[in-house]
Design a protein around this ligand. Structure first.
Ligand SMILES: Nc1ncnc2c1ncn2[C@@H]1O[C@H](COP(=O)(O)OP(=O)(O)OP(=O)(O)O)[C@@H](O)[C@H]1O
Length: 450
């Protein structure tokens, strides 16, 4: 087993934070106080839920955007513009359609001021290495998705970056193409046919991370911060079915599926000091899922008590990432418990699944009123208004203190959907008002007095 945790560091993040000023004048913190050293000879994977700032972090490392606080150091010197040691491969390939493969691959070299002859030579070499030989004069539209991404790789690698950054590079490809390209990249890396010191990959795929990475960094959300920094010392090529591989996958699942968990309580062998002094979640986050999805999942789980999340995803032909938000929502409403990656329906969940539509609504209403802070606040606000109506802006104002404008909107839509399902309150689309209907108001009083 290879321990690379003490390899020399060449890029370091010191107290990195990133905030944005929103259109309403509020400042929103996307990333808070990240300290990280990127070491040589490593594939580093950054995992984390959507919106945890993975891409933002990568862009700051590349110098595409500056941090609001802290420094990115390149060989101990703070970056002031683009990082000269970094090249990026983008999810959507980001090729120029009017340029040929060769011209696209030459772009980075051109930007570095390389002379025509040598840039063509280097580009042709990388085109060959990456398996695009014979396609030099083709245009992107003549290529398949997999071939286009090869151009993306060739372009990034042609400049011989010390750090190859990849932002979900395989996620726009079909499963087989992605798998082939992933292994080809690994071959090139392990056979040292590409001139990079390290690779940083942003991904949603836990298995992808455990397949490729020597180190996995798990980000938490709201604001983005490092929750865990795990070394993966299994030798390549890794057997996905081996107990060792599965154990690491489970460990990462555990961290990701339990956003409030203190990572110290999990048996991780390496943790950063930041992960230990984790910032508490500042405002409850509602996963954007419909109650119908929660109901569907719980019905599936009814016959699968204690099922492993990983096995469930495989059986349903879904990505774990597709199921996680639904599980998070079901957990918030206390319909399931997740323990060490195993999912069990609670007694309440059983009651929900066996109930008729009215019983289900009643149960969700009680759970929302007892556990969903935003719904409690909305309820309170409506009650305190004489006409029992509030403009949605009141709710957005609360949310935009903690979330970006887009996320705040998504939170509002979710809480409205949940509240409507539970017949807690209604929503009038044209006026954007949230209100009690007469009968709803009476029912809530009954619910509360139960
Ligand atoms: N220019 C910007 N202005 C305001 N907010 C931004 C800007 N860029 C990103 N954000 C917000 O920052 C947060 C983190 O975004 P980022 O894309 O880095 O997350 P991520 O973890 O890569 O997400 P995903 O997995 O969905 O790609 C998101 O809530 C996003 O809306």
């Amino acid at each position: 087993m290879l321990d690379k945790t003490n390899n020399p560091s060449f890029i370091a993040l010191q107290g990195i934070g990133k905030s944005y000023l929103q259109p309403n004048g509020q400042t929103i913190t996307i990333i808070e106080n990240i300290n990280l050293e990127l070491r040589t000879e490593q594939i580093i994977a950054i995992l984390g839920p959507s919106g945890s700032g993975k891409s933002t972090l990568m862009r700051m490392i590349a110098g595409l955007i500056p941090p609001t606080s802290g420094n990115v150091l390149y060989y101990d010197r703070p970056l002031t513009g683009l990082n000269p040691g970094v090249a990026i491969v983008f999810q959507n390939f980001a090729l120029y359609p009017w340029l040929t493969v060769l011209e696209n691959v030459e772009l980075g070299l051109k930007a570095k001021g390389e002379a025509k002859e040598s840039r063509e030579k280097k580009a042709l070499k990388m085109i060959d290495v990456i398996g695009l030989d014979g396609f030099e004069n083709a245009y992107p539209k003549e290529l398949s998705g997999g071939m286009r991404q090869r151009v993306g790789f060739a372009r990034a690698l042609a400049v011989e970056p010390e750090l190859l950054c990849m932002d979900e590079p395989f996620s726009a490809l079909d499963v087989l193409t992605a798998e082939n390209l992933r292994y080809e990249l690994l071959d090139l890396w392990l056979e040292r046919r590409i001139p990079t010191k390290s690779i940083l990959i942003v991904t949603h795929g836990i298995e992808e991370a455990v397949t490729l990475a020597d180190r996995i960094i798990v980000l938490g959300r709201n604001p983005g911060r490092i929750r865990a920094d795990l070394p993966v010392t299994l030798p390549h090529y890794r057997d996905r079915k081996s107990p060792e591989f599965q154990a690491i996958v489970d460990q990462v699942y555990k961290i990701i599926t339990q956003p409030d968990l203190d990572v110290d309580t999990i048996n991780t062998s390496t943790l950063t000091s930041q992960a230990k002094s984790e910032t508490p979640q500042r405002y409850q986050f509602l996963p954007s899922v419909r109650i119908g999805s929660i109901a569907g999942l719980i019905e599936i789980l009814e016959d699968r008590q204690g099922y492993d999340l990983y096995r469930l995803a495989q059986e349903l032909l879904l990505e774990v990432d597709d199921i996680l938000p639904i599980l998070d929502a079901a957990k918030l409403l206390e319909l399931i418990v997740l323990s060490e990656g195993d999912i069990s329906i609670t007694t309440l969940g059983q009651k929900f699944v066996q109930g008729n539509i009215d019983e289900r609504k009643q149960l969700i209403r009680l759970q929302i009123l007892s556990h969903i802070r935003l719904a409690q606040q909305i309820n309170q606000l409506i009650q305190s208004k004489r006409n029992h109506r509030i403009p949605e802006e009141m709710v957005l104002d609360i949310l935009e203190k903690y979330f970006t404008t887009g996320e705040a909107r998504a939170q509002l839509e979710t809480v409205i959907h949940w509240g409507r399902y539970a017949e807690l309150y209604s929503y009038d689309e044209p006026s954007g008002e949230i209100f009690f209907e007469q009968e709803i108001s009476e029912e809530i009083e009954e619910t509360i007095s139960v």
